[in-house]
Design a protein around this ligand. Sequence first.
Ligand code: ATP
Ligand code: MG
Length: 172
Amino acid sequence: MAAVDMRLMALNIFGRLENIAKSRNVTLKVKPDELTEVWVKADADRMEQVMLNLIENAIKYGNEGGKVTVQFSEGKKYMEVAVRDTGPGIPHEHLNRIFERFYRVDKSRSKDIGGTGLGLAIVKHILNAHDTKIAVMSKPDKGTTFSFKLEKAFTSAHSEQSEEDFVTQVNS
Ligand code: ATP
Ligand code: MG
C-alpha cells in the first residue's frame, strides 16, 4: 500500500467542502496545527472516500456555527485519526445502526439534507479492507467523534525520549 499524507488529504477535503461549511458557518480545523506531515500506509483514493464522508457528515449533521476538527495522534506504530464535531450527537440506540446501508437517524431532516445513507457503510468496508475498525463516540448536545488507526508509513524520526513524552501527553 502507498504512503499517504493524511494531513494534506484533510486540508484538500476542507477546500472541497469550503462552500457547504461556510453556508453552515462551520469552522474547519486540523490538529496539531503546525505543519507536520502525517504519513500512513493506505490506498489514497479509498482513504479519501473515508475522510470525505466523515468530514462531510460532521459538517452536515453537526451544529450550525460549530466546529469540525480532524485530529492526528501519533503512537509508535500507528497513527490515530479522529474526526470530531460539536453537534447534537447521535442517540445511543442508533449508534450501532448508522453503519448499516441506507440507515439514517432523522429521516425527515436527512431528506432535506440529501444523501443516501451509504457513506458510513462504505467507510466501514474500506477501513476493514485496511485491517482496521471505525469507532464512534457521541454525547448528546456535545458532539460526535469517529476515529480509527492506520499503520504509520515511516517509523518516527523522534528520539526515544520525545516519543515517550508524546505518549504521556496523549494519555493525560
Ligand atoms: P451519504 O453519506 O450516502 O451521502 P448519509 O450521510 O445520510 O448519506 P451516512 O454517511 O452513512 O449516510 O450516515 C448515516 C446517518 O448517520 C446520517 O444520515 C445521520 O443521520 C447520521 N450521522 C452520521 N454522521 C453524523 C454526525 N457526525 N452527527 C450526527 N449524525 C450523524
Ligand atoms: Mg454521509
